[in-house]
Ligand binder design. Structure first.
Ligand SMILES: [Zn+2]
Length: 249
């Protein structure tokens, strides 16, 4: 691993993480050296990018082709009315750079359409975080991560339902194994979304990412976490490889 020097200001800023037995100085250095990619800067990507940057991860790739709209502001909480009409990658870059020091943000104003689109972005990433809002793009990201052996954490929120799963090792069930038969007839761009649910799922994605980088194990590999925001019930379902999966066969 490359050397990462924590100065006095860093030690103070990250002190509450450094005190945690699973992080410490060594874990903090691992975070400072890690590179992650965040696909989608909607409800999930907003808070997720904030907690990723606040954890000490410096190399952050952010990917989104969209501009901020009025209807985003209620749940995409880093944006304000002054951001309406701006590219989400620009607004998030400004927000993070105003709040945290020495970030190395790479912006990709890109609509993901091919495997190559994803591969070019994730080639140096330790972890890929998928907070996009449609099945077809998620399938492309999944395929690229499986092919290039990148650890993938996938979050989704629609209506009252939040979901989270991770694809970590060669024998992990991939996104396609779990969702093969789902067709995107109802992306969250045209359905309702309970706003605090995106905060919950994005925070959990950030925790999963921090835990994996600092050497703690994944909590959602081979598992699908489902929360119902209406009655706050939680299910954790064990996922399994689909023998006929075209992606991770
Ligand atoms: Zn699969």
């Amino acid at each position: 691993m490359e050397f990462s020097y924590l100065n006095d200001k860093d030690l103070l800023f990250f002190s509450k993480h450094i005190l945690l037995p699973t992080i410490g100085i060594e874990g903090q250095q691992k975070l400072n050296c890690a590179e992650v990619t965040i696909f989608g800067l909607g409800g999930l990507g907003n808070l997720l990018s904030t907690y990723i940057a606040s954890s000490g991860i410096k190399k952050i790739n952010i990917v989104d082709f969209d501009v901020v709209e009025e209807t985003n502001l209620q749940r995409q909480i880093n944006f304000s009315s002054e951001d309406v009409g701006s590219l989400k990658v620009d607004s998030i870059e400004n927000f993070l750079n105003n709040k945290f020091k020495n970030l190395q943000i790479k912006k990709f104003k890109k609509k993901i359409e091919t495997l190559t689109d994803v591969e070019e972005i994730i080639k140096n990433s330790d972890i890929v975080l998928d907070g996009t809002d449609n099945f077809e793009v998620r399938k492309i990201i999944n395929k690229a991560c499986v092919k290039n052996k990148r650890k993938l954490i996938i979050g989704a929120v629609e209506g009252y339902t939040g979901q989270l799963t991770s694809v970590i090792t060669n024998d992990s069930p991939c996104y396609e194994c779990t969702y093969e038969n789902l067709i995107d007839t109802n992306s969250c761009s045209d359905s309702g979304v309970l706003a605090p649910l995106v905060g919950m799922i994005s925070s959990m994605m950030a925790m999963e990412c921090i835990n994996i980088i600092t050497g703690n194990k994944s909590s959602f590999d081979k598992k699908l976490f489902i929360v119902n925001g209406l009655n706050l019930s939680v299910d954790i379902i064990k996922t399994s490889n689909n023998p006929g999966c075209k992606v991770c066969e």
